[in-house]
Design a protein around this ligand. Structure first.
Ligand code: GDP
Length: 304
C-alpha cells in the first residue's frame, strides 16, 4: 500500500486529465488519441514513448474496428506493461545477491539532491534485513555533507562505513572499502560517488578510475552501477539519464520521490528510452520507503 500511496498524485493527475480527454466520447477515434497523446506527454512519459503507446493503441483500433473509451484503461495498461516488459524482465519481485559474487559491489551514481544518500541508506537497510552483511563506502569526497549524511544513515541502519576526509581520492575510498569488505567477509558493498555533472569527461574519468581501482581488489566489479534519478524532476531526469549513460555503463535505475509528484510517468518513459531496468522506486523519506520495482505491481497500482 506504500506503492499506492506513493503513486497517488500521479494517478489522480493522470486520470483527471484522461477523464477530460475522453469526456463525451464513447469511441476511441483520432480525436481521443490526440488528446491521449497530450495527456501522456503531460504526465512525463516522454514524447518517444508516448508515440509508441499511441501507435500500439492505433493498431488495436485498426484491428478491432471499434474500441470504446471504456476499454481505454485496460488497453493502456496492457501497452504500458508490454513496454515495461521489454526492459524489466520477469521475476523482479525480490532482488537477491548472486551467490558467486562476494562481495557484490553496487556503485551508486547520480547528481546531488536526487536522493542518492537516502537510497543508499534504505538499500543498506533492506539488505541487512535480508541477512546480508553490508559495508558502505563514502565515495562522494567532494562534499563534507555527503560524508556526514552517509555516516548518519550507516549509524541508523547499523552497518559499517568506510570513509576518508573530504577532498580525498574517491578511488582510494573505494579501494579501502572493498579491502575492508573482503577482510570482514561482507556480502554487499554500496559505494557512493560524487554527483558532479558539469564536466562529462571528468565524471567519466573519475568513475572509470574508481572502477579500475575496485577491480584490483575484487575482479569484475562494480557488479551493478545504479543511477539514482529524482522522479519529480520529469524531463531533467531524462537528461541526467542521458548524461550518465554516456559517462558510464549504468546497469540499473532507482527513481526517487514518486510520492511527492504527479510525474510518475517518468518511470515508464525512462525505462523504455534507456533500456535499463528500473530496479527501485523511492516512495517516501522513511527507511522503509524504497521498493523493489515490480512492473506488474506498478501497473496494477496505477490502473486500479
Ligand atoms: P543526495 O544529495 O542525492 O544524496 O540526496 P539526499 O539523499 O540527501 O536526499 C535529498 C532529499 O530528498 C532529502 O530530504 C530526502 O529525504 C529526500 N528524499 C529522498 N528520497 C525520497 C523519496 O523517495 N521521497 C521523498 N518524498 N523524499 C525523498
Amino acid at each position: 500500500e506504500t506503492l499506492d500511496k506513493g503513486l497517488e498524485k500521479s494517478k489522480t493527475s493522470f486520470f483527471g486529465k484522461l477523464g477530460k480527454a475522453v469526456a463525451g466520447k464513447s469511441k476511441v477515434d483520432d480525436d481521443v488519441l490526440d488528446n491521449l497523446e497530450e495527456v501522456l506527454v503531460a504526465s512525463d512519459v516522454g514524447v518517444n514513448t508516448t508515440l509508441k503507446i499511441i501507435k500500439g493503441i492505433e493498431a488495436r483500433v485498426a484491428k478491432d474496428k471499434y474500441v470504446g473509451t471504456d476499454e481505454l484503461n485496460e488497453i493502456l495498461r496492457e501497452e504500458i506493461a508490454r513496454l515495461l516488459s521489454e526492459t524489466n524482465s520477469g521475476e523482479d519481485v525480490e532482488f537477491t545477491i548472486p551467490k558467486d559474487k562476494k562481495p557484490y559491489v553496487i556503485m551508486v551514481v547520480g547528481v546531488n539532491g536526487v536522493g542518492k544518500t537516502t537510497t543508499i541508506g534504505k538499500l543498506a537497510y533492506q539488505f541487512k534485513k535480508q541477512g546480508y552483511k553490508v559495508v558502505l563506502g563514502a565515495g562522494d569526497t567532494f562534499r563534507a555533507a555527503a560524508i556526514d549524511q552517509l555516516q548518519i544513515w550507516a549509524d541508523r541502519v547499523g552497518v559499517p562505513i568506510i570513509k576518508q576526509q573530504m577532498g580525498s581520492d574517491p578511488a582510494s575510498v573505494a579501494f579501502d572499502t572493498l579491502s575492508s569488505a573482503v577482510k570482514s567477509d561482507a556480502d554487499v558493498v554500496i559505494i557512493d560517488t560524487a554527483g558532479r555533472l558539469h564536466n562529462k569527461i571528468n565524471l567519466m574519468n573519475e568513475l572509470s578510475k574508481v572502477s579500475r581501482v575496485m577491480q584490483k581488489v575484487v575482479p569484475d566489479t562494480p557488479n551493478d552501477v545504479l543511477l539514482v534519478l529524482d522522479g519529480s524532476t520529469g524531463q531533467n531526469a531524462f537528461e541526467q539519464a542521458k548524461q550518465f549513460t554516456k559517462a558510464t555503463n549504468v546497469t540499473s535505475l532507482a527513481v526517487t520521490k514518486l510520492d511527492g509528484t504527479a510525474k510518475g510517468g517518468v518511470v515508464i518513459g525512462i525505462s523504455d528510452q534507456f533500456k535499463i531496468p528500473v530496479r527501485y522506486i523511492g516512495v517516501g523519506e522513511g527507511i522503509e520507503d524504497l521498493q523493489v520495482f515490480n512492473k506488474y505491481e506498478f501497473v496494477d497500482s496505477f490502473f486500479s
